[in-house]
Design a protein around this ligand. Structure first.
Ligand code: PLP
Length: 425
C-alpha cells in the first residue's frame, strides 16, 4: 500500500509480528548465531540472507534504513556513522584514484574539505562549480574521467537552493549520476528522486534526529541510474569484484547494485557503521519529523519576515521570502516549506555580529544546526574559521553571515530573545 510521508515517518521500518515488541528493539549485538557451518558459509557467498556481523548489517540499523528508504522512495538504503561518512561512501562507491567529480561550490564546509582536500589526497579530483554559471560553463568542467555531479538541496549555511531537475538533466546528458545531499530539506519537504536525482544522502544528525542526540548518516539509491548503459565508466559495478568471488553487482542485484556494493564492499572494508543504540534514537526522531518540520518552517518564515523589516539587519537569505532570489526554485521543489535555517547579516562590523550572539539568552551558540532548540553560529568565526574572506565568498558564506537555526519553541519568545540581543548592540 502506498502511504503518505507523514504515515511513513511514524509507521515505516520496523514491522512487528505476533508477540514482538511494538517499539523498535535495539539489537545491541556484534554478531548473530547459526547452527551449522554450512549456513554461515552461504551467507558469506551472498547466497542466503541473514545477519552475521553488525558492521555489514544489523536488524535495528536495517529497520531505520528501510524507513528512510521508503520516505525517499528508493530501492535500498544504508545508514552510516555520520553524514560525512555518507557523502564519502556515496562518491567513493563509484570513484577511484585517477577519477574526478563535480560539486557545487556552496556545499557544507565539511563536504567541501572532504572533496577538495582529503579525497584529493586519495587521487580523486574535484572541480567546484558555481550554481549560477550557465550549463555550458559547467559542462566544460566535465572530463572523460568525471564520475558524478554533487549538490545540496538547500546549502548549509548559505541557504541556496539547488535546481535539482536542471542538474539531473545536465548530469544525464553526460552519462553521470546526480547525488544530492537532502539534509536540510528532509524527505518531508523535498523528494529529489522525483526530479531526476539518482542518489540521496543525509546527515541524520540534523532534522531527522532533531534532538542533538546522535551523529549519523544515510545513503538512499533511487535504482534509476542505468550503470550498465555506461559500463566502461563504472567498472566497480559492472565487472567482477575479486574480493567477493568475482561477483558483478549489476548482475547480482539489478537496480539495487549501487547500494548493495556500499554494504558488501565499502562497509565491509571501511566500517563507519552506526551503533544500533544510535539508530534507535534516530528512529524516535523520525517518528515526529513531519510535525517538527512544519513548525520549523512556520517559525522560520515568521522570523525571516521580522528580520527583513528590522532596521539593524543588513540582509536576509531565506528562500521562503518573496524577496529571495531562490524563492521560485523553493516554490517548485519545496512548496510546503524549506527548513528552519536562515542566513542573515547585521549592519555593522564582524564584532557586532559576535556581540549580538553573545547577548542572546536561550538562543544558544552551538556548532550544530537543525535542532528542536533555536541556535546560532557565525561560520566565519567558527565552522569556516580556516578560510580567508575570499574563500568564504566563493563558498557562498559572507563574512558577516549569521546562521540562525530556528527551533520549535514559541516564535514570539524567539523573536523577543533576538530583539533584546540586538537592542544591546
Ligand atoms: C552536518 C552536515 C553534514 C555532515 O554530517 P555529520 O553528521 O556532521 O557528519 C553533511 N551535509 C550537510 C548538509 C550537513 O548539514
Amino acid at each position: 500500500m502506498k502511504r503518505n510521508i507523514d504515515t511513513i515517518c511514524v509507521q515505516g521500518g520496523w514491522q512487528p509480528t505476533k508477540g514482538e515488541p511494538r517499539q523498535l528493539p535495539i539489537y545491541q549485538s556484534t554478531t548473530f548465531k547459526y547452527d551449522t557451518s554450512e549456513q554461515m558459509a552461504r551467507l558469506f557467498d551472498l547466497e542466503d540472507d541473514g545477519y552475521f556481523y553488525t558492521r555489514l548489517s544489523n536488524p535495528t540499523n536495517d529497520a531505520v534504513a528501510q524507513k528512510i528508504c521508503e520516505m525517499e522512495g528508493g530501492v535500498g538504503a544504508v545508514l552510516t556513522s555520520s553524514g560525512q561518512a555518507a557523502n564519502f561512501f556515496a562518491v567513493f562507491n563509484i570513484c577511484e584514484a585517477g577519477d574526478h567529480i563535480l560539486a557545487s561550490s556552496t556545499i557544507y564546509g565539511g563536504t567541501f574539505n572532504l572533496f577538495g582536500v582529503t579525497m584529493k589526497k586519495m587521487g580523486i579530483d574535484c572541480t567546484f562549480f558555481d550554481q549560477e554559471w550557465d550549463d555550458s560553463k559547467i559542462e566544460a568542467c566535465i572530463r572523460p574521467n568525471t564520475k558524478c555531479v554533487f549538490g545540496e538541496t538547500v546549502s548549509n549555511p548559505g541557504g541556496n537552493i539547488f535546481d535539482i531537475e536542471r542538474f539531473a538533466k545536465l548530469a544525464h546528458r553526460h552519462g553521470l549520476p546526480l547525488i544530492v545531499d537532502n539534509t536540510f530539506a528532509t524527505p518531508v519537504n523535498c523528494n529529489p528522486f522525483r526530479w531526476g536525482c539518482d542518489i540521496v544522502t543525509h546527515s541524520t544528525t540534523k532534522y531527522m534526529d532533531g534532538h542533538s542526540a546522535q551523529i549519523g548518516g544515510a545513503i538512499v539509491d533511487s535504482g534509476n541510474f542505468d550503470w550498465e548503459a555506461y559500463a566502461a565508466q563504472f567498472p566497480g559495478l559492472t565487472t567482477p569484484d575479486e574480493s567477493y568471488h568475482g561477483l558483478i553487482y549489476t548482475k547480482a542485484f539489478g537496480r539495487a547494485a549501487y547500494i548493495n556494493k556500499i554494504v558488501s564492499q565499502l562497509m565491509r572494508d571501511l566500517g563507519s557503521v552506526p551503533s544500533p543504540q544510535n539508530s534507535y534514537i534516530l528512529n524516535l526522531g523520525l517518528e515526529s519529523l513531519h510535525v517538527r518540520m512544519q513548525r520549523h518552517c512556520q517559525n522560520a518564515l515568521t522570523i525571516a519576515r521580522w528580520l527583513e523589516q528590522n532596521e539593524k539587519v543588513a540582509w536576509v537569505n531565506y528562500a521562503g521570502l518573496e524577496s529571495s532570489k531562490f524563492h521560485a526554485l523553493a516554490q517548485k521543489y519545496m512548496p510546503n516549506g524549506i527548513c528552519g535555517v536562515i542566513a542573515f547579516g547585521l549592519k555593522g562590523t564582524r564584532d557586532d555580529a559576535i556581540r549580538f550572539m553573545d547577548n542572546l539568552n536561550f538562543v544558544s551558540i552551538v556548532t550544530h544546526v537543525a535542532d528542536a532548540r533555536t541556535c546560532v553560529l557565525h561560520p566565519a568565526s567558527h565552522t569556516h574559521r580556516q578560510m580567508t574572506d575570499e574563500q568564504l565568498l566563493e563558498a557562498g558564506v559572507r563574512p558577516d553571515l549569521i546562521r540562525l537555526s530556528v527551533g520549535i519553541e514559541d516564535v514570539n519568545d524567539i523573536i523577543a530573545d533576538l530583539e533584546q540581543a540586538m537592542s544591546q548592540m
